[in-house]
Design a protein around this ligand. Structure first.
Ligand SMILES: [Zn+2]
Length: 165
């Protein structure tokens, strides 16, 4: 969000379950930002809602091209007109980078595939907003498991570099 804020829906806290789970979600979302996936699918639907309200209010009498500039000016991104379709490529990138980030930060990467397994279990019931833009496939969980050693190795290297300096 503008000003570098990250917003969590309280609904996802049950699935996050523990600090490592929260770090996993946060890492994933920060990764989207770092990888420049744009204002993205607005997996935080509240941003889209807020954006929609702001632009509806501001641009009631504005032409379409002006409306677009207003959206930009609010830093809401370019996708407020409608959700971007789920991008498997972006999701996979954010999964990998997010896993690395939380591992470097000292959280347990083993929790990440567990988190997604909890998401998957949840997806059969009442869905938090996050899940509507983050479908959980078995491949996703398998990839995350596979990347854990790489994330740990990377975190170790970074620690070493820090100590040398
Ligand atoms: Zn994502």
């Amino acid at each position: 969000m503008p000003a570098g804020k990250i917003v969590f829906y309280t609904g996802i806290m049950d699935i996050a379950d523990n600090p490592d789970g929260i770090a996993a979600i946060m890492g994933h979302e920060v990764a989207h930002a770092l990888a420049d996936h744009g204002a993205q699918r607005m997996s935080l639907g509240i941003v889209q809602q807020a954006g929609g309200m702001i632009t509806a209010e501001v641009s009631k009498n504005q032409e379409e091209h002006k409306r677009e500039r207003i959206i930009m000016a609010y830093g809401i991104g370019t996708t407020v007109g409608g959700m971007l379709p789920f991008s498997r490529k972006h999701e996979s990138e954010a999964d990998k980078i997010g896993l690395e980030l939380m591992t470097i930060a000292g959280y347990k990467p083993e929790e990440v595939p567990k988190l997604w397994a909890r998401m998957k279990a949840q997806s059969k019931g009442k869905q938090p907003e996050f899940l509507s833009t983050h479908p959980v496939e078995d491949r996703r969980i398998a990839n995350l498991k596979e990347w854990i050693p790489l994330a740990k190795a990377l975190a170790g290297e970074i620690k070493t570099i820090t100590y040398i300096n």
